[in-house]
Design a protein around this ligand. Structure first.
Ligand code: CA
Ligand code: CA
Ligand code: CA
Ligand code: CA
Length: 431
């Protein structure tokens, strides 16, 4: 007999919060970095063969069907090993603030737009086109993805732009650059966004998809729509409220290197794209006259020390509460989970919205589905049981349909669509 309501309640109560033990000897550190110029910065554009050593970089779009729509991209990297402990489980890096600042090197070549423009505002020749409602185009920040056998560790200022070979269509064309701007897709993995806008001509058949940038460039004290002058600092405050973005930064700190892309779709100076170059230039670290890109990063690497022996590490308590006074059994933010359980789940004990509970439970023919809140740097596993004693991995699909929300959909051929019987589920949050 199937008792869906009871099954749902059982699921909600049976949520397990698990951290892997045995880390042992994790060193702690509070970090407040301002490491100065990047370890590497690089123009990613098919026709700048000095991409890694040039003093100025640019961002723009192209609707030439031979090239990525995000044609001119900037890769920025800071190596953090030696400044922040490496190789901790990613969720041990608690992040307070991450800001990149680039200094504008062009003088009035583009207008300030501090907000994201919908993807369809760029697709001028397509049926879905909508007009841009505010003057100018934003400069945006994303993560970095690699291909061609490269990784963040091996792609350097002098690594090849694309596949090796003569300069021709094959090694500069769409989707071939070895490093590219990326954001997380529905499956939680990084995906290339170089061509999310499609093209304004009939030769392009790629899919148009919206992206959520990790930051939009902000200029203090400048009215939106104003020309941006040379020497203007532009800030990018990374959206650490998105667990997937924060998780990317955490994984980078664990590895000892952070990599980001600056990208925009300002018109390049090409016919067919307005014919006017109206895109931003930024100083890179090789500049002699300007200001190199800067990184500011504040956070805490959580060690194992627990001097008040309440099960919650000192660093974690200090980061969230400012002292060691947090009570393990108290629910400080009234989200239903105690402080101790929030430590174990990797959620924020001072945020009502950050909590690991199952919700939106649905039972339909073919299986159950439910959603749960996610935390940065965690891996989630769903397990199932018929008797609450033996547990095994549940068969299904995990996606991330909203910021901070995971959805699990059961896809288990062993479960009969009619009278499937009582099943219990639990979610494991892994460090
Ligand atoms: Ca705009
Ligand atoms: Ca403690
Ligand atoms: Ca709580
Ligand atoms: Ca919470």
């Amino acid at each position: 007999m199937r008792l869906s309501f009871r099954t749902g309640r059982a699921i909600a109560r049976l949520l397990f919060l698990v951290t892997l033990g045995g880390i042992g000897g994790v060193k702690s550190a509070e970090f407040n970095l301002r490491p100065g110029q990047p370890t590497m910065d690089r123009q990613m554009y098919p026709f700048t063969f000095d991409g890694g050593t040039r003093p100025l970089g640019f961002t723009f779009g192209s609707f030439d069907p031979r090239f990525d729509t995000r044609d001119g991209q900037l890769l920025l990297g800071w190596d953090t090993a030696g400044l922040v402990p490496t190789n901790l489980p990613p969720s041990r890096y608690l992040l307070k603030r991450l800001r990149l600042t680039l200094t504008v090197a062009s003088d009035g070549s583009f207008e300030y737009d501090p907000t994201h423009d919908a993807v369809w505002t760029y697709a001028t020749n397509q049926p879905g086109y909508v007009a841009d409602e505010d003057l100018g185009r934003p400069v945006e920040l994303a993560g970095a993805g690699f291909r061609g056998g490269f990784t963040a560790a091996t792609f350097l200022e002098n690594s090849p732009y694309g596949p090796l070979g003569p300069i021709s269509g094959s090694n500069i064309s769409i989707g071939t650059r070895n490093a590219h701007a990326a954001v997380h897709g529905l499956d939680g993995a990084l995906m290339d966004i170089s061509n999310n806008v499609g093209q304004t001509n009939s030769e392009f058949t790629g899919e148009v998809f919206e992206i959520r940038p990790w930051a939009v460039g902000q200029v203090e004290g400048l009215a939106p729509g104003s020309p941006v002058l040379e020497g203007t600092p532009m800030h990018f405050d990374v959206d650490l409220e998105d667990p997937l973005v924060a998780g990317y930064v955490q994984a980078g700190l664990a590895e000892g290197r952070l990599r980001f892309f600056v990208t925009s779709l300002h018109p390049a100076a090409q016919s067919g794209f307005g014919g006017v170059g109206a895109y931003p230039l930024f100083y890179l670290r090789e500049t002699l006259l300007g200001t190199a890109p800067k990184l500011e990063l504040e956070g805490m690497a959580v060690g194992d020390d627990d001097t008040d022996e309440d099960g919650m590490p000192d660093d974690w308590e200090r980061f969230y509460f400012g002292n060691l006074g947090a009570e393990p059994g108290i629910d400080s933010d009234l989200d239903g989970e105690s402080n101790l359980r929030e430590w174990r789940a990797g959620t924020n004990p001072r945020s009502l919205a950050s909590v690991l509970v199952i919700r939106d439970f649905k039972e339909e023919v073919g299986g159950v589905s439910f959603r749960f809140g996610t935390a940065p740097g965690r891996r989630y596993e769903v397990e199932t049981s018929g008797d609450l004693k033996g547990w095994e991995g549940a068969l299904g699909k995990l996606t991330f349909p909203e910021v901070g929300v995971a959805e699990w959909v059961e896809e288990d051929p062993r479960v009969p669509p009619v009278a499937p019987g009582v099943r219990f589920f639990r979610v494991l949050s892994r460090e």
